[in-house]
Design a protein around this ligand. Sequence first.
Ligand code: ZN
Length: 217
Amino acid sequence: MTIYREERQQLIDCARKMERYALVVLSGGNVSMRMPDGNFLVTPSAMGYDNMQPEDIVLIDASGRTLDGIRRPSSDSAALLYIFNHRPDINVVLHTHQPYATALGLVCDELPADFVTVIDELNGAVAVAPFTRSSDEGMGQLTVQYAGSARAVILKHHGAMAFGKSIDQALSAAVYLESACKSYLAALSTGLDIAKLTDEQIADESQERGYYGQPEN
Ligand SMILES: [Zn+2]
């Protein structure tokens, strides 16, 4: 019996949603999750998500050693572990090659907090981290350095890292990042002045109102 079978399937389901929301193509990107025992589940290196099985997901320890798995873990594992090891509040990291965020990273230093989705789902403006080569721990170091309180970082010339306490939170961050980058690029492409929210409006929007969503049973 495969340890963490249910959680492995959750990683696969998440990766397929990343594909459905056009955040990755083919075997691009990866999904990783902190487990209660202090180890990590990571999607395998260079495998498409369509036929991925729970057995293909790899369990690694905090130093990157494979504990359980028949595949090689993502080549970005060192970067992912750097994030997990330096941000104990993060349980799930998604790495994507989402096109609109990547495009924005070529022309801007940040996605500003001028959208309610960026304030509500990403916890504020998303920074663009400078280029570092892929499959390198530097990707993780820059993510930690540039994240601030946001739930994502855009990796220049590459893609994005989105993260959160849960798969749902990390996936929401990645999807809303993409949709806001699309809107911002559309606004920029007009060449007209871009409207800004004031710091007061951003602070007011970020206040919990206690209504959004459904009550817990
Ligand atoms: Zn990548």
